[in-house]
Design a protein around this ligand. Sequence first.
Ligand SMILES: *[C@@H]1O[C@H](CO)[C@@H](O)[C@H](O)[C@H]1NC(C)=O
Length: 460
Amino acid sequence: MMAPMLVFVLTVVLLRIEPIRGLESGASDTRRRAPEASSTPAGPPPKRYNEALRLSNLFYYAQRSGKLPANNPVPWRKDSALLDCVVGGFYDAGDHVKFGFPFGAAMTMLLWGVVRFRDGYVYAGQLDDVYTISKWGLDYMVNSWDPFREELVIQVGDGDIDHQFWGRPEDMTMPRPCLKIGVNRDGSDVAADYAAALAAGSIVFREKGDVQYARELLLTAESIYDFAVNNRGLYSNTLSAAQQQYYRSTNDKDEMCVAGVWLFKATGDDKYLYQAELAAVRGHREAHVRGGYRSFLKGWQPGGFVQYTPCGLAWSEQTYWGSNRHAANVAFAALVAAEDGIAPEVNRKWAAEQINYILGDNPHDGGCFSYEIGYGNKYPLRPHHRAASCPDPPATCDQRNLNTDNPSPHILYGGLVGGPILNDGYNDTRPDYVHNEVALDYNSGFQSALAGRWRCNTLL
Ligand SMILES: *[C@@H]1O[C@H](CO)[C@@H](O)[C@H](O)[C@H]1NC(C)=O
């Protein structure tokens, strides 16, 4: 997945610095409170981070697949894909495949944000919603695993078939094949992603007091991780040649390490720490890892290995697709680093600048344009998203709804679109999936950064 090095280095550091007990005590709740608005005296208007966080949860609600509960807050989304081999979960992006690989990574990032910045969710009144979102994803993971046959469903739908269709998920009739991994069907990368998310989820729900559910999540995480340890191999090997173009995997070490770390955090069992080290960083001492972490973040600051748009978005050539998401992921990383005492002021300030760029400190459309849909009064009106582009039924929805310049009939609240090119340029056009699509993983680091962002306020 994107920025595997980042996730890998971060989780290792996180593990070293934050002992298990911190997770159970809800210690983070005691941190100081700060006013919601940035106290920057002049310049762009202050941002409403709590509002941005509320919207981001709404994006995940809009992506839900399966039988929706009566309290679904997105009125234009209904039950869909009820015949999938595993019902539920989330649609990946503007399309309707349930791709397990980015989904697992996104869930891990999101849950990591809840573990580290639970107080930010409390402060924003968004804790219940992030629990609901998390449970929706975690239930789907549990239902995807058959511990007796050692089979894990890691994808529902086929990218090529799915992308032929432009319409509502509620109206799908195309085949939605069920892709499983198992013994002799490689996929330890995706399996480990799921194990990481489930272990992080067990911490979140244990803290919440849902002990039974937390235990179920942890047992599933351990079972899937054991399977991954004993059946190493890339899920890309299991895909057909045609399918390999979507979210190709090149290495499972980062996922194996991340999963081991989260399992160690969730259980306190040294065996997982050992396995995490074995997967990736054997022999590295904490000082080493902290050094790597520090230099990774430095590399994203001015003068480092990434470029900057004229208005200040950190922009990497490698990651031109969905530029906002990479900056937001690293912003979350920087906020976690700050919590752990790594250059707190520099990292918080930098993270705040990246998030502020996304929420409006940018030149698009005369300025104050938010790349998060629905935030403020200027934001993308034509995201590359099938469901939002379709009028209410019984009106038809097809390729014409993709290609029209009209704004989408539904506002996809909270979706973070891909983002600008290196010169800050961006067009709000629906066919441009590189710069104007949304995705589960785009919002995950962004949302986690928003949850941690309010702690910066007194520093700026
Ligand atoms: C936006 O559209 C214009 C006109 O088609 C094009 O010249 C420009 O390169 C586009 N910018 C981006 C960032 O795609």
